[in-house]
Write a protein that binds this ligand. Sequence first.
Ligand SMILES: NC(=O)c1ccc[n+]([C@@H]2O[C@H](COP(=O)([O-])OP(=O)(O)OC[C@H]3O[C@@H](n4cnc5c(N)ncnc54)[C@H](OP(=O)(O)O)[C@@H]3O)[C@@H](O)[C@H]2O)c1
Length: 301
Amino acid sequence: MTRVCVAGAGTIGSLFAGHLARVTDVSVLTRRDEHAHALNELGLRVSGRAEFTASVAASSDPAGLDADLLILACKGNELEPLAQRIEGQFEGATVMTVQNGLGAEEIVGAHGDWPLLSAVTFMSGTRHGDTHVEYVLDTATWIGPYRDTTPDDARVVADLIVSSGLKAEAFDDLRPAQWSKLIFNATVNTVAALTGLPHDFHFAEGLLGDLVRGLVDEGKAAARAAGVELQEDPWEMNVLATQRGHAHRPSMLEDVEAHRRTEIDLITGALVREASRAGVEVPLHTALYRLLKAKEASYSE
Ligand SMILES: NC(=O)c1ccc[n+]([C@@H]2O[C@H](COP(=O)([O-])OP(=O)(O)OC[C@H]3O[C@@H](n4cnc5c(N)ncnc54)[C@H](OP(=O)(O)O)[C@@H]3O)[C@@H](O)[C@H]2O)c1
């Protein structure tokens, strides 16, 4: 049996922890004591596409936890302090990152020699509290090897996740999928956060549609120069998402509205850095990156 620990039980972490607890032993590493107490007392309720309450063993102290698979599910901007907390812990565990963007694996890898798996997730949910998450979009999590892991390791984890009732798929190389989502998020999340628009029809037509297409084209040029063949066309991902019927509010828009730090550095920041490394200019993404950093400065300084 694969013992799983989920560190960072927000929306995505709770969806993993709740479902996986139905098929294996699951512990949860929380940031706050009261979050761990509430989970131990009440369990973790999943509603929406599935309805159940799972038992998990939660703690705010990593020293009290052990696992074969450690899933890090905090936000990208919270990863460095979380990686510092788990340094020297979870010996023998494989660590899987699920953050949007690029570079999560390097941040974690600098704090320990655990084998690493990369993942990107397309599922979504709404967090109603420390012990209740609603499962909204039942799209898959994609998993691939990163450091000292093999495609088979990715398959074993994908199979475990599927057995728990979530969708997952393993890839021999995750980069084509990771880059498709990177370009999509760097474009859609950042434009939504700067304009206040949810991801609706404006992103696929007219003046804003032209800007979005320009951003996607820059991203595609950066991917080509980095030697990555995209899994999906980010422009088509954008158009399809705007046709789904409900206008999604990207988390970066919610972060800006709540005056929180965003995940811009691992998303648009990573795209700009990778483009520069590959010798490609991405002036539109560079401008959006600077504007979003200035937006953060307007409420955090
Ligand atoms: N939400 C979605 O629908 C969705 C969809 C696709 C991809 N993603 C990606 O998935 C990742 C996670 O997003 P999310 O929406 O699930 O985030 P979230 O709801 O904000 O949850 C993050 C969790 O991490 C915890 N945390 C932060 N620092 C920690 C630390 N040092 N130790 C232990 N726990 C810590 C937070 O604790 P507190 O509760 O104490 O703050 C919180 O519970 C992001 O990269 C996001 O872009 C999200």
